[in-house]
Design a protein around this ligand. Structure first.
Ligand code: SF4
Length: 377
């Protein structure tokens, strides 16, 4: 148990202070590139010898950013912009901005105007019709363009062999994340929702190879623990982010374990590997065509709902918790059809709204307590 706790604490410490990771990398002479969600080709940054640094917002009040974005834009973008405006991200050599929701479409312009050329923006586009050959080809060509911009920042050409090696590092990391997530579901008494979330999220701020090493050690240590019965509830989460410390504490207070997820920041990002192809950039584009379960991806027929229900059944979940990011249009559009699908499948689903600028979680607490009582009944 000590080794499990030690490794979980190490990863939690990374998550608690991502800036320390950034500072350490820069002090080591490594360039860092900020990566906004979703599905930016991080492998290309890594192949260029730079550190991809995840930008998933922060638990803070945004003030300055409200001069650029109206208040009804999600807190993820408000808080990243706020950090940029305050100079906290000045050590980044660039940021990658995917243009996959209406709010993200304006982010690059706001950043350029507010933060300036000190941290240049790399726009990342991919095809809405991401599965068809023409879509894959479009995405491949856009990612090649991104590669050219990254090469200019790194000051060196990046070979296909280097990209292939980076893809291998990322695929190993995804496999380690999947194995950890499964092990955590088997040991809810040892891996709290807070610890599970931190262990996964830490990867966005670390060298992926180092993260893989820690996760593999953690999964092995979890497997060595003696069996223990879990009397609490088991839920599957879905949404964009489920990393709010207050929300995760409410789950713990109610003896609720997260035994699987369909969260963009978590499993959605590691469920699918990058296929190994002759042109490694094409493989990265193909991967995007295979990812499901995210509201920013074109999803006719709401594959997301089918996948979520299958997951809940597979992990024997008592219910589904939809962690709704406030002011996120894509999530709000998905909610109604997916909720109907869960109702038809007889799986209880609760939605709670979260916001990184929120300080009072009492409404969420009441809803989760009531949900837990219903599930236990
Ligand atoms: S998808 Fe939602 S949470 Fe993500 S950037 Fe767009 S509005 Fe914000």
């Amino acid at each position: 148990m000590n080794e499990v706790k030690m490794l979980l604490d190490e990863l939690a410490a990374v998550c608690a202070n991502p800036k320390a990771q950034l500072d350490a990398a820069v002090a080591d002479g490594r360039k860092c590139v900020g990566v906004l969600p979703y599905f930016s080709p991080e492998e290309l940054v890594y192949a260029a010898g730079m550190l991809p640094f995840g930008l998933w917002g922060a638990e803070m009040q945004a003030n300055e950013s409200k001069r650029y974005y109206p208040a009804f834009i999600c807190s993820l973008l408000h808080t990243v912009l706020e950090l940029g405006l305050k100079g906290a991200l000045n050590d980044l050599s660039a940021i990658m901005v995917p243009i996959c929701c209406d709010s993200l479409k304006g982010f690059g312009a706001n950043w350029k105007y507010g933060v300036g050329e000190a941290v240049p923006v790399i726009d990342v586009a991919w095809a809405e019709n991401r599965k068809i050959p023409a879509g894959v080809e479009f995405t491949r060509s856009q990612f090649r363009k991104v590669l050219g911009q990254l090469e200019a920042i790194a000051g060196d050409r990046v070979s296909d062999a280097e990209i292939g090696a980076s893809v291998a590092v990322y695929n190993e990391n995804r496999a380690a994340l999947r194995a950890f997530s499964a092990a955590a579901a088997r040991r809810p008494e040892a891996v709290s929702p807070t610890a599970r979330c931190a262990a996964i999220k830490a990867g966005y701020f670390m060298d992926r190879a180092e993260h893989t090493e820690k996760l593999n050690a953690l999964t092995a240590a979890l497997a060595a623990l003696p069996e223990q019965k879990w009397d609490g509830l088991r839920v599957v989460t879905t949404g964009i982010l489920a990393d709010s410390p207050a929300l995760l504490r409410i789950l713990e207070d109610n003896q609720i374990a997260v035994v699987g997820d369909q969260i963009a920041q978590e499993s959605v990002n590691f469920r699918v590997d990058t296929p190994v192809t002759d042109d490694p950039v094409e493989g990265i584009a193909q991967r995007l065509g295979q990812v499901e379960g995210c509201s920013v991806l074109f999803d006719p027929g709401k594959q997301r709902g089918k996948e979520l229900i299958e997951l809940a059944k597979k992990v024997n979940a008592d219910g589904i918790l939809w962690v709704m990011t406030k002011f996120c249009d894509p999530e709000e559009y998905d909610y109604v059809p997916v909720k109907r699908m869960a109702d038809a499948a007889g799986i209880p689903l609760l939605a709670v709204e979260v916001d990184q600028q929120m300080v009072n979680y009492e409404q969420a607490r009441s809803a989760i307590e009531a949900f837990a009582e219903i599930l236990r009944f």
